[in-house]
Design a binder for this molecule. Structure first.
Ligand code: ADP
Ligand code: MG
Length: 253
């Protein structure tokens, strides 16, 4: 069953009085429950695409359709975007639909995500990794049909990023939401996805749609992922320029 069908024919921004195209003829469909990764060079239009799919941006030509779009949406932004004046518990409860607020659900998930000791802490008291974990909990607490993640583990040290990837995979395995995971880190995409959609430099369109058949679990630094990455780099050198970039391991700076 197709969960989502995106056809963004054109999206442009106005810049200094001119229209600049950010997306052009970008089309793909995602089956229900698939973990699809989207990679593309920085500035190519990935965040723009997710905003359109989330329904946050309606100023484009084209359509985004499918049962997943009509269902519950979870979103993890490029920065954690927690409310600084709310505690961890309150930040996650905020995503639950009132009323009733599914009493205890936020706390249960936060405990399961090893944030039980921080329920009453405020975002400013958390590490970067903990903030991103709370952002992940907030997206999962509504039991989303469609989960959109925008470089969610950027600027974390390698072990923390890997821990969060494993957590995400475990949450996904349980309820199988359809996932669109945006990253510019090829190793990360290859280690996570059922499939990788490669976007061109802007205006973005799909240049390669690669199904992944590697068994899980597969760490970003594993031999299988590394071998596939090497093969891709050899087969599509132009496509992957600007992407080869550091795994999140090295982008901790
Ligand atoms: P990515 O997430 O792939 O790095 P973005 O979707 O953020 O790329 O941006 C794609 C292009 O659109 C970039 O050239 C960016 O500068 C431009 N852009 C993004 N948001 C806006 C905006 N609100 N106004 C004008 N230009 C924008
Ligand atoms: Mg972005």
């Amino acid at each position: 069953m197709i969960a989502l069908e995106a056809a963004v024919e054109r999206k442009a921004y106005r810049r200094e009085g001119r229209e600049v195209a950010a997306i052009s003829a970008l089309r793909f469909a995602v089956p229900a429950g698939q973990f699809a990764c989207i990679v593309g060079p920085s500035g190519c239009g990935k965040t723009t695409l997710l905003s359109i799919i989330a329904g946050l941006d309606r100023a484009y030509e084209g359509s985004v359709r499918g049962p997943a779009v009509a269902g519950r949406l979870g979103m993890v932004f490029q920065t954690p975007r927690l409310m600084p004046w709310l505690s961890v518990r309150e930040n996650v409860r905020l995503a639950l639909e009132p009323p009733p607020r599914q009493e205890g659900r936020a706390e249960e998930l936060l405990r399961e995500m090893q944030l039980g000791a921080l329920l009453d802490a405020y975002p400013a008291q958390l590490s970067g990794g903990q903030q991103r974990r709370v952002a992940l909990a907030r997206a999962f607490v509504r039991d989303p049909d469609l989960l959109l993640l925008d470089e969610p583990f950027l600027s974390l040290d390698a072990p923390t990023a890997q821990h969060l990837r494993e957590l995400l995979l475990a949450l996904w395995a349980r309820r199988r939401p359809t996932i669109l995971f945006v990253t510019h880190d090829l190793r990360e995409a290859l280690s996570l996805g059922d499939r990788v959609l490669f976007l061109s430099a802007g205006p973005a369109h799909v240049v390669l749609d690669l199904p992944l058949e590697l068994a899980r679990p597969r760490a970003p630094e594993s031999a299988a992922v590394e071998a596939l990455r090497k093969r891709l780099m050899e087969s599509y050198p132009d496509l992957l320029r600007g992407l080869a970039a550091p795994s999140s391991a090295e982008s901790a700076a």
